[in-house]
Ligand binder design. Structure first.
Ligand code: UD1
Ligand code: MG
Length: 463
């Protein structure tokens, strides 16, 4: 592991940082254009994360934050939990960014910010400054996002340090989402869902889900972080899938903002989408720096911290941006992987500590990894496995002994399934193909959301 920056890297990163600082200072001359400032902050976050990952590699190794790369001929140890670096830089960035989206409001609501000479009239003596004009609700959303994220990052670091049990860590994101759900309740509170045209005659135009809607949002907060963590185990896959989801969410925001100005009044979707952009841009910045080091052949591992952190960023923008259903369309591979993994997650089929594909040292390729059955599986499970293995497109591979009992079967992850379908592959090839599939599913998801939605709903609200 290289622990210093090369001369060219120092030059490039310093130039990038200096340009970004210049842009941020410049935004003060105008009215503090927050979108431009957010981009510049993301550039600085990239440079900082990139450098810190290099500098801290050895420190992490010494603190025993390391892992063995299992898909290489020499199973060397490299630093793990580098997602913690991303998460810390990210949190600092969005905290420093707080004044920017509220700059105009601060100027309007206080006598400061270039408004010093205005005198507070006697009518304001009781109320002080006209702070009621300040959008406290927007600030509350932003702060609750930070609070929820911090809780999840704590969980991630705890998991990387102590390997928390599955059943315990499953629910922590649900608790972490409470601040955000409270803000949702007070600020927005919509728990109605639009009914597809075909079902309107039975259910009416809208159905109020009430508290169930909050349970649904908590479920999203549990699902997003965990689903990224279980679609993992080959170099680069965790960060790449997050970059694709983040990129498509940004495209969706841009699309919504592009359409919004055509209305004569500020479109209601504008603010949530801007909010989403402010949270996603620095996420892309820190993730790209991590990607650089985690792509094949990996120099660092991302750790569970990154998976939880990334998943929670998505859950937060989906929920507070009011587009949680669109978000799920971008999680199609993760949803399929979760459903496919369910028999192992719920212990119908044994679940080993690791399910990542097996490295064949002779060929240098990855093959589907298998479970060794100590005792033959119970009858119904064996029957189900037989059925899945004999489909025209087999969903798993089994190996039987001479008496017809299952002795081996492939682990149920889509990484293994891909190898069952298309044969052994090099690690980077497998990662690239899966990421292309993720991107394709996402683009298709957004297309369905914006084009085909009109078949089942009366209008596309572009939210
Ligand atoms: C989850 C998966 C597990 C998978 C693991 C890999 C479930 C229920 N759990 O467990 O099946 O094996 O992620 O991340 O699906 N590693 C590599 N190469 C990589 C990335 C990771 O060899 O590119 C290995 C390293 O030894 C690393 C370890 O995986 O130390 C990290 O595993 P960890 O994140 O702790 O596993 P879980 O998230 O608990
Ligand atoms: Mg993990």
């Amino acid at each position: 592991m290289i622990t210093t920056l090369s001369g060219a890297e120092v030059w490039n990163l310093s130039t990038l940082s200096a340009a970004c600082v210049g842009i941020i200072i410049n935004t003060f001359h105008d009215d503090g254009e927050p979108l431009i400032a957010s981009m510049a902050f993301s550039g600085i976050a990239f440079a900082l994360t990139f450098s810190l990952i290099r500098w801290l590699g050895d420190v992490f190794m010494k603190a025993n934050l390391k892992g063995r790369d299992m898909s290489k001929p020499k199973k060397i140890e490299i630093p793990e939990t580098m997602g913690a670096v991303c998460a810390v830089v990210y949190l600092l960035t969005i905290i420093i960014f707080i004044p920017f989206p509220f700059y105009k409001d601060i100027v309007a609501a206080t006598s400061g910010g270039g408004n010093e000479e205005s005198v507070i009239g006697p009518q304001f003596v009781q109320t002080g400054r006209s702070l009621h004009r300040f959008p406290h609700n927007k600030l509350a959303s932003y702060l609750s996002a930070i609070l929820s994220l911090q809780s999840v990052v704590l969980l991630g670091i705890g998991d990387d340090l102590f390997d928390i049990r599955w059943r315990h860590k499953l629910f922590i994101p649900a608790f972490a989402s409470i601040p955000m759900l409270v803000v949702y309740f007070v600020d927005y509170g919509v728990t109605n869902v639009v009914v597809p045209v075909q079902l309107e005659q039975y259910l009416g135009k809208m159905v109020n889900l009430g508290w169930l809607y909050y349970a649904y949002m908590a479920a999203i907060a549990i699902f997003c972080p965990n689903s990224i963590n279980i679609l993992a185990g080959i170099n680069g896959i965790e960060v790449s899938q997050s970059l694709v989801i983040g990129g498509l969410l940004l495209a969706n925001d841009a699309l919504s903002l592009y359409v919004a100005p055509s209305t004569p009044f500020p479109h209601p979707a504008t603010d949530p989408h801007l909010f989403s952009i402010y949270l996603l841009l620095p996420f892309m910045g820190v993730s790209m720096a991590l990607w650089w080091h985690n792509w094949y052949p990996a120099k660092v591992f991302v750790g569970d911290t990154y998976c939880y952190f990334a998943g929670m960023v998505f859950a937060i923008v989906g929920i507070l941006g009011h587009f949680s259903k669109t978000l799920l369309l971008l999680f199609i591979p993760q949803i399929i992987n979760f459903i496919y993994s369910a028999p192992q997650l719920f212990r119908l089929i044994p679940c080993p500590r690791h399910r990542l594909p097996r490295f064949n040292a002779r060929s240098g390729l990855l093959e589907p990894s298998v479970i060794q059955w100590q005792q033959p599986p119970p009858k119904p499970v064996a029957l189900l496995m037989d059925m899945l293995a004999n489909l025209p497109l087999p969903l798993l591979k089994v190996e039987k002994n001479s008496t017809g009992e299952v002795v081996k079967s492939t682990n149920l992850t889509i990484l293994n399934l891909w190898l069952v379908w298309f044969g052994p592959k090099r690690e980077d090839r497998l990662a690239t193909e899966l990421i292309l599939m993720q991107a394709l599913c996402g683009v298709l998801g957004l297309f369905v959301r914006h084009q085909l939605a009109l078949w089942v709903f009366r209008q596309d609200n572009r939210e």
